[in-house]
Every structure is written in C-alpha cells, then in structure tokens.
Design a protein around this ligand. Structure first.
Ligand code: GTP
Length: 534
C-alpha cells in the first residue's frame, strides 16, 4: 500500500487541468466533446447538426445556452485517457461573458487556444491570450476546421507571431488545406497519419500510420500532396523554430496542432502529444509562500460560484480548485475568510448534467461544494493552516450599466435575493446611488448580454420580472483616499457617485475625458478600476 505522500505524488503526476480559449464559434464545445469521446466518457458525440436541432452538447447546460446556441458559463469536466486524469474547463467564447473566462483561467495549469483555420487569430482570442500570457501558463494551439479550406499554415504561424507576439512550433503539419484535409505529418516521429473517412465525427476515426519515406504514402496521397508535404517539412526544419520544452512551459513558444474537431481528424494525435507535454499541477503562490501540490495537507481556492445549476434542486455550487493534499469526503477544513472550520460533506464532480459524489480528489481537480451562502470567489480552504491565503482573483471592471427594478413591487424580496446571488457569482456587480431616498439599484456588467441573462435567470429561477433602464456609463472607478466626501469632489455633471456592496465609493463615468477631469481636479484622491485593491 503506498502511503499518503506517495499516493498524492502519483495522482499529481497524472493530472492535467486546462482551459480551452477561443473566439466564439471556433469549435470549443465540439472539441471538448470529442476529447470526451476519445476518453471513452461518451460513446457517440452529438454531431454539430443535431446540436443545432436543439440537442445541446454535453457541456452546454443552461437553458439560455441551448436557446441561443452559445456558452454562457464555464463548465468543468473530468475524464481519463490512458492513465491520465484530465480536467477540462470549458469557457464561454462570447466576449460578453469573458469575465467568467478570466476567472476560470486562474484555475487552469495550461490553456488550449483554439483557432479557426480559415479565420486565423480573432479579437476574443487576442484578449484571452493576453490573460494566459499574464499568468505565464503554457499555451497550446489547435488550428481547427481544417476539413474546410483554410489559410496557408505558414501564414497562420506568421499571424500568431505578429498579432499575439508568440513564436510557434508546429507539432504536426496538415496534409491538404483546400478543403481536402487528409491527415497530418507528425514531426517528432517523422510519420504520416492518414485518416479514414469516419462517420461525420460521431465516433472515433481510424487511421493509417507510417514513415513519411514509405512509398505507400506517395501513392496514397498522390504526387501533388506528397511533394508539397516534403517541401513544407524541409522548409519548416530549415527556417522554423527549434522545439524547446522550457520555452513552451514558460509560455514563450506555442506548440501548434492542426485538425478538425468536427470530423475527429487530428483530435487523438493532439490529445496524446498534449498530455505528454502539458504541465502537471504546480506550486501556487500564497500569503505564506509557494504551496507544494505534493504536500499532504489539503488546500484550494474558490474560483467560481453558480446558483441553480440544477433547476430541480435550487442550490448553489462553489467550485473549488484543489492546490495540494488529498481531499476526502466529509473532511473538515478551515475556511480562511470566515475563520471557521467547515465540513465538506457532499462534494460533487461534473460530467455536465450528471453529477457524482466525489469520495476523494487531488491537486488539479475541481470539485463543486454545496454552498449555503458562505463562500465568495477567491476564498481559501486549508487543512490545518489558518494563515494561508491564496492570491485574490481580480474582478474585471464593468463596462455596461443599467438601473434595474422589479416590475412587481410585491416581489421585492425574491428580486433582492436573486440579485444578491447573481452578484456573488460574479456575473454582475451591484451599486447603489448615494443620497437617494428610495433605494436605487444600479447593475454593472462586463458584457451587455449579461443583462439578458440577468432578466432570464431572475424570471425563471426567482419568478421575478424586471425593468432594465440602460445608463450611458462606460467606466467604474473606485475612489482611494483618506476621509474623502465624494459629494465635495469636482466632477463633470454626467459623473454619478455610487457605492458598492462594501460601501466603498465608486464613480461612474461616460467617457475617458470625464475620468481625466476628475483626476486632474482632485489631486488628493486616486481612482482605480478594479476592486481587488481593497
Ligand atoms: N467545418 C467544421 N466546422 C466545425 C468544426 N468544429 C466546429 N465546427 C462548427 O463550428 C460551430 C461552432 O462550434 P461550437 O463547438 O459550438 O463552438 P464554440 O466555440 O463552443 O462556441 P461558443 O459556444 O459560442 O463558445 C458549429 O456550428 C460547428 O458546425 C470543424 O472541425 N469543422
């Protein structure tokens, strides 16, 4: 029997926890589903067509996601492949929900950047890439939709370098980029892998693998493809970057894979090479120094809270990323922020709508804790150490604001409860206007679509119809300064003074010009755009 320390070391070394980032529609949900298919977690992938016909993909669970066909929140999925235990954090691609993605990235050890081969690097990819870059995590690139005519792969590499500022190293190379995708060339093995037609990606595809020098491939591919491939390999070897694992680990070099999530071509070669290269859970920064994942004491942090994930149970789930030690069901841990010992009685793990009770979990795993309203995003849980606090999770500044009221004043209580819960999830930020007799609630959101989600969720989860009056503000700035009375500040007439839930004073501005006005005329204050400084 291995002892606890040995068990933890073994489990840490087989864990891979990563997020998939991309512009909407690049195929994240499809790729996630296909990875599950290869892991044996699902038997038949719902093809994209049937998804459009309203059968949603495994990781898109909220009603609103089904209706709109976009992912609104991140979901966490665990499955095994060979001996690896894989945690995928699926994230919404739509920019209006990017603040959820930013938070989720804090829980990932690496990221897979998905790019549409025909579109190249798109706006949202750039934003999310920079968050990963800031965190210094390794970024793997999967160029998707190669079954359609794509940009030239050399051109894509150049674009990645010019737009994102990162060098790339193709791990494999596509054969056929004009909508005639046949297979990939694996550079480390100098092998060709040709895919068989398959059944539109519903089940795994088989392939023929062999040395690039094998004459069979010249015949199978035809002269045009074979010669083109040989020339391109030569060019890559001559002019491309060297493979450098250290640079990959520090996020300076991105390994590129080509494939098609829809037809499954290239999914398995990607998965195997990715698992081989991607880092296991590493050390995490905390208030008392770096935490070793292989330490025998459990630690972790909450990075996401979501209410009503299961409409039949009105509950709230806090997502805990385990950073060290071993988790066992029912164990007691110290909740650092409330300074209380709590028992983790009914933790769950996720396979989209199916939840299972977790008996044990290890660093890199994400478990859902039933939350009676005690957790906040960024909270630390620690076994036996009341001083340990993980670094906070930044709150991204709202860019859209509206005054929100319940249509029926009799439903005020449910309205307040709903607003409070959704703001604890981090989906919205709430402010109150100061010096107004009746309580005026102002909601801020990072993306405008969040208001639609708010309206929908209040109606269906809390039974409250709301009125939304959009306001022209674009920026929120927290006031920093000693004993400041915000009413006495010299501000433009369009600036509004509000306070956040913690009663910190905040200014809402319509434009940059008004911010500069406030900064230049009020030298004894400073204005900050994120609330984590408190
Ligand atoms: N041709 C082709 N289409 C694909 C492929 N993968 C995904 N798609 C298509 O791309 C569309 C978007 O796929 P999704 O997997 O839903 O994209 P997503 O990135 O999860 O989108 P969000 O949910 O908005 O974040 C679907 O309609 C698919 O038809 C692929 O490999 N080839």
């Amino acid at each position: 029997m291995p002892d606890l320390k040995e068990t933890i070391c073994n489990e840490v070394s087989r864990r891979k926890t990563f997020a998939i980032i991309s512009h909407p529609d690049a195929g994240k949900t499809t790729l996630t589903e296909k990875l599950l298919l290869y892991g044996g977690a699902i038997r038949l992938a719902g093809s994209v067509k049937s998804r459009k016909a309203n059968k949603h993909a495994v990781s898109d669970w909220m009603e609103i996601e089904k209706q709109r066909g976009i992912s609104v929140t991140s979901s966490v999925l665990q499955f095994t492949y060979n001996d690896y235990c894989i945690n995928i954090l699926d994230t919404p691609g739509h920019q209006d929900f990017s603040e959820d993605t930013y938070r989720t990235l804090v829980a990932a050890d690496s990221a897979v950047m998905l790019i549409d081969g025909a579109k190249g690097v798109e706006a949202q990819t750039i934003k999310l890439f920079h968050v990963c870059k800031m965190r210094g995590i390794p970024i793997f690139t999967f160029v998707n939709k190669m079954d359609r005519a794509s940009k030239d792969p050399f051109e894509l590499m150049e674009e990645i370098e010019n737009v994102l500022g990162i060098r790339s190293y193709p791990m494999n190379w596509p054969i056929g980029t004009e909508g005639d995708f046949k297979g990939v060339y694996n550079r480390s093995k100098a092998q060709i892998e040709l895919f068989d037609g398959g059944n539109h990606g519903q089940s795994t595809v088989s392939s023929t693998i062999g040395s690039v020098n094998d004459k069979v491939f010249a015949d199978l591919l035809g002269e045009h493809h074979y010669n083109k491939l040989c020339e391109e390999i030569e060019l890559l070897n001559l002019a491309g970057d060297e493979f450098d694992k250290k640079k990959i680990m520090s996020g300076e070099l991105t390994p590129i894979f080509f494939g098609s999530a829809m037809t499954n071509f290239g999914v398995q070669p990607f998965l195997e090479e990715f698992l081989n290269l991607a880092p296991k859970p590493g050390f995490k920064k905390s208030s008392i120094g770096d935490v070793d994942p292989e330490s025998d004491k459990l630690t972790g942090f909450i990075f996401k809270i979501q209410a009503n994930m299961n409409p039949t149970h009105r509950d709230r789930i806090a997502f805990l990323r385990i950073c060290s030690g071993k988790f066992t069901k029912g164990m007691g841990v110290y909740h650092v922020q409330s300074k209380k010992e709590i028992r983790l009685a009914q933790p769950t793990q996720f396979m989209a709508q199916e939840r299972t009770i977790v008996e044990e979990a290890y660093p890199g795993d994400i478990i859902g804790l039933f939350d009676p309203g005690i957790f906040n995003i960024g909270d630390t849980l620690s076994e036996g150490n009341s001083q340990l606090k993980f670094d906070g999770i930044p709150i991204f500044p709202a860019e859209h604001f509206a005054r929100v009221t319940a249509s029926d004043s009799m439903k005020r209580k449910q309205f307040q409860k709903g607003i409070m819960q959704l703001s604890e999830e981090g989906a919205i930020q709430t402010f109150k206007q100061i010096d107004i007799g009746i309580e005026a609630l102002i909601i801020g959101a990072v993306g405008a679509l969040q208001f639609e989600v708010l309206e929908y969720r209040l109606k269906y989860e809390y039974g409250v119809d709301i009125k939304i009056q959009h306001l022209p503000f674009k920026h929120a700035r927290w006031i920093i300064g000693e004993n400041i009375d915000p009413r006495k500040l010299n501000l433009t007439s369009s600036t509004m003074i509000v306070e956040d839930n913690e009663k910190h004073h905040v200014l809402l501005f319509e434009n940059e010009w008004s911010i500069r006005w406030a900064e230049e005329r009020n030298k004894d204050i400073s204005l900050v755009d994120i609330a984590t400084n408190f």
